[in-house]
Ligand binder design. Structure first.
Ligand code: CO
Length: 458
């Protein structure tokens, strides 16, 4: 029996624990060990890594990917992609999606995990198609959520939809760590019905993670996501070494090299300790928080609500807001509480409590009701439809079909500033961050240039 392991330390683990602030230099030296540890894949790109590289680390995310590729020639590199949203929060035109996916593969990505926040498969079609065309291994990811309209049947339907597009594996993506061992067992059994390999992604937030992964493996999961122990637990993934140990006892082969895992952990422990000392890593996020089980909302969303109310000196309204969240979610047709839906629902619930029900409705919620994010999983309430659309109806087409191509226009606009198609992708995804990065790069070049002249003078 074989179970493979995807290591998340370079992406989700550091995103969940230290807000994706790990610079390339912090892990460069351990890449050769990660390369030979026997992982199924290294999740190392996508999600917030792209944004954080440009925004906080003054790193070219593409350059980071190429460097990881070079140092890890023997292990598959994996990224997370939000379908038509790419790595951002709005839908991009198809030509941008295609260029981005193509460049991701060209720069070294082997496995692309693609999802849509609403599990609306029209929003992943183009990304899946382009990834397959470029020879990537495509993993169709289903966002797991708890609601009266989500059940084994609906998840099986989503899995089959992905299969029809030609994906090579299916991932169950439990971003909130609320998938219980029993549900995982049933869900994996159901999705295995497709005949495709199944991957489970969960978080340790509520403490269910280890049990959930074990039951998932018992149900036939082929790959599980884990994080090296010193970057595991809490809002991150369950620990790699612990799962490896437990699974070996049951007779599974993981292919992992225990000595390499020890070396990797020793390496990251130093960085973990530095992060604790600097305050970048808050020990609270490494603990277990069961609130998400009681409220059935992700831990990150709960802390956002607390922060929002604290800022407005209205923390005494927290219970009312928590009661309003499920009501708003129901009115919105039960979207999974993943970015950007969790923010929309949270902000709307807060506004409903503080300003009156639907007195203020955010632009994003209006766009969602109009269908700009895709099809709502369930029925949107008549009240909300009436307020947002009047007598109109939501669009029925795929929102990206209403968007004009953007790549050539951007190429012209940027001129010399863009040195490559990768630069164009960065700019389309995060215009102001990319500009800032281009400026810094130009300044750096000028410095290097004048330095060279001086050297020559001497
Ligand atoms: Co995650």
């Amino acid at each position: 029996m074989e179970v493979k392991i995807t290591e998340t330390v370079l992406r989700d683990a550091q995103q969940s624990l230290i807000a994706t602030r790990m610079p390339f230099e912090a892990f460069a030296d351990v890449l050769p060990v990660l390369n030979r540890a026997g992982y199924h894949s290294l999740e190392c790109w996508g999600g917030a890594t792209f944004d954080a590289c440009l925004r906080y680390l003054n790193e070219d995310p593409w350059e980071r990917l190429r460097k990881i590729r070079k140092a890890c020639p023997d292990t598959k590199l994996q990224m997370l992609l939000r379908g038509q949203n790419l790595l951002g929060y709005k839908h991009y035109p198809d030509d941008a999606v295609r260029l981005f996916v193509k460049k991701s593969v060209e720069n070294g990505i082997d496995v692309i995990r693609i999802f849509d926040a609403l599990n609306d498969l029209r929003n992943v079609e183009v990304a899946v198609d382009e990834a397959l065309k470029n020879g990537a291994e495509v993993q169709g990811a289903i966002c797991y959520t708890i609601s009266p309209i989500h059940n084994l049947e609906t998840y099986a339907k989503t899995a089959k939809g992905f299969q029809a597009m030609g994906v090579q594996s299916i991932c169950i993506k439990d971003m909130a760590g609320i998938l219980s061992p029993k549900e995982a067992y049933d869900l994996i059994k159901t999705v295995k019905g497709t005949g495709l390999p199944v991957v489970l992604h969960t978080h340790s937030t509520t403490g269910l993670g280890f049990m959930t992964l074990l039951k998932a493996v018992e149900a036939g999961a082929d790959v599980i996501d884990t994080a090296i122990s010193c970057f595991s637990g809490g809002t991150s993934q369950p620990a790699t070494e612990t799962m490896d140990y437990a699974l070996r006892e049951y007779g599974y082969t993981t292919g992992l090299d225990t000595d390499a895992l020890m070396e990797i952990n020793r390496f990251f422990k130093a960085y973990r300790n530095d992060s604790l000392a600097s305050g970048l890593l808050n020990p609270v996020v490494m603990g277990t928080a069961t609130d998400a089980l009681n409220y059935q909302i992700p831990g990150g969303m709960l802390s956002n609500l607390v922060a929002q109310l604290t800022a407005q000196k209205k923390l005494d309204k927290l219970d009312e807001v928590l009661a309003e969240v499920p009501a708003v979610r129901k009115d919105m047709g039960y979207p999974p509480l993943v970015t950007p839906m969790s923010q929309m629902v949270g902000v709307q619930a807060t506004s409903n409590v503080l300003n009156g029900r639907y007195k203020n409705i955010s632009t994003e919620v209006r766009a969602y009701i109009r269908g700009d994010y895709g099809r709502a999983p369930g029925e949107v309430s008549d009240e909300l439809k009436k307020i947002c659309l009047g007598d109109g109806e939501p669009i029925t087409c795929r929102f990206a079909d209403t968007l004009e191509p953007i790549v050539e226009k951007t190429r012209k606009e940027l001129g010399d500033r863009a040195e490559s198609d990768e630069d164009i992708c960065s700019y389309i995804a995060f215009p102001s961050l990319a500009e800032k990065f281009f400026d810094a790069r130009d300044a750096q070049k000028k410095r290097t240039f004048s330095y060279t002249i001086r050297e020559a003078d001497v």
